[in-house]
Design a protein around this ligand. Structure first.
Ligand code: PMP
Length: 396
């Protein structure tokens, strides 16, 4: 039967990693793969994580199954960090641990399809390349609207308004809670207020993807929009990832939170999430979520984690400032947030940066600003100018 399969194109990022690793040039800069790197170019295990792993190793006395909802303490302790303190949503949030933010997105998509197979998912373009395939794989229809004006690096709010206006009641609207991937362009607070109002007025269901909390402006600041949305609407989904802000990438740590109208509906949602998880992965992997729970249970480890998160964020924003200061044409990079900015290069330009300058970014021009050192800014700007990547935009 396998002769019927078509070969799938390889993931572009994997090819980029391979090419970077086999590049023998002494000075090479990896702005490709989306992981945080420190001042030595490493992606280290956080100290708070190491300490929690030590505690886990010493205290774990069984590997027996968890239920399909995973580590309940993990999802419960994340809630005040994401949704803030207080009882605003008391009892109305169903939570289930998932394999990464990806698992949360897929499970949320399956829940939407179970509840309303006719719902379309409204997605701003560009977006994380895995979003559309995840929602399509769950059988949902996708409707795209414009999100960013390429030349000005600004939100195309008319495009967003039009997208929302075309949505039918019951449709789902995908929103990046902070640190937009791949552009780093986030909505202003006024824009978020308008979006929240439109969602509530038109009976649209927000699906917030929050994969970078704490890496933009701070834990509370990066959750501001998510909290506003949840305060404004009756129903919402939030796909959360701890893989970036706890540096746990390969341990696949995430959670899906679903806000429902009342206690009965929350219980119904929870039973559906458990049933959907049961047929997808049965139960999520334990290790990473247990590590996060152990950190969040201990104020000393929370303080250690927050300090490490602060320093990651400061380094990212320092790199942003270095690029902006190196060339006025890159001034926009300073105002963007998270790991990514998107220079909207052509494929030949991205290839020329790789081949002639040993600077690696995706073919779409997405750069991971955490992949550089502040001292690299001059070389990056010189290469961008040499290949005509920013000259026109400076003049515009
Ligand atoms: N959403 C966005 C916007 C992302 O960038 C990513 C990771 N690249 C994810 C979700 C998925 O994260 P995870 O690795 O936890 O599956």
């Amino acid at each position: 039967m396998f002769e019927a399969l078509n070969t799938q194109p390889p993931d572009g990022l994997l090819g980029l990693i391979k090419a970077f690793n086999s590049d023998g040039r002494a000075r090479k800069i990896d702005l490709g793969v989306g992981v945080y790197r420190d001042a030595e170019g490493r992606t280290p295990v956080l100290k708070a994580v190491k300490e929690a792993e030590r505690i886990l190793l010493e205290t774990q006395d069984s590997k027996k199954y968890l239920g399909p909802e995973g580590d309940i303490g993990f999802s419960a302790l994340l809630q005040p960090i994401i949704f803030g303190n207080g009882e605003r949503f008391a009892g109305r949030i169903a939570a289930l641990q998932t394999p990464g933010g990806t698992g949360a997105l897929r499970l949320g998509a399956e829940l939407v399809r179970s509840a309303n197979a006719k719902a379309a998912v409204r997605v701003g373009a560009p977006t994380w390349p895995n979003h559309v395939p995840i929602f399509s794989a769950a059988g949902l229809k996708i409707e795209a609207h414009r999100f960013v004006v390429l030349a000005s690096q600004a939100v195309d709010f008319d495009g967003v308004r039009q997208g929302l206006a075309k949505a039918n009641p019951g449709d789902v609207v995908l929103l990046h809670g902070c640190c937009h991937n791949p552009t780093g362009v986030d909505f202003s607070r006024d824009q978020w207020r308008e979006i929240a109002g439109a969602l509530a007025a038109r009976n649209l269901t927000p699906f917030v993807d929050l994969a970078y909390q704490g890496l933009g402006d701070g834990l509370d600041e990066d959750a501001w929009a998510t909290r506003l949305i949840l305060e404004t609407v009756d129903e919402a989904l939030v796909a959360y990832s701890c893989d970036k802000n706890f540096g746990l990438y390969r341990d696949r740590v995430g959670s899906l939170f679903v806000l429902a109208r009342d206690l009965d509906e929350t219980a119904k949602v929870m039973s559906n999430l458990a049933a959907l998880a049961r047929v997808a992965w049965s139960m999520p992997p334990d290790h990473g979520a247990a590590v996060v729970r152990i950190i969040l249970e201990r104020p000393a480890l929370v303080a250690m984690w927050r300090e490490e998160l602060d320093s990651m964020r400061e380094r990212i924003n320092g790199n942003r400032a270095a690029l902006a200061e190196a060339d006025p044409a890159l001034a926009f990079v300073r105002n963007q947030r998270g790991l990514f900015s998107n220079l909207f290069l052509s494929k030949p330009q991205a290839a020329a940066l790789r081949d002639r300058h040993a600077i690696y970014c995706t073919d779409s021009g997405r750069i991971n600003v955490a992949g550089m050192q502040p001292a690299d800014a001059g070389a990056i700007v010189a290469a961008l100018r040499a290949e005509g990547c920013i000259a026109d935009k400076a003049a515009a």
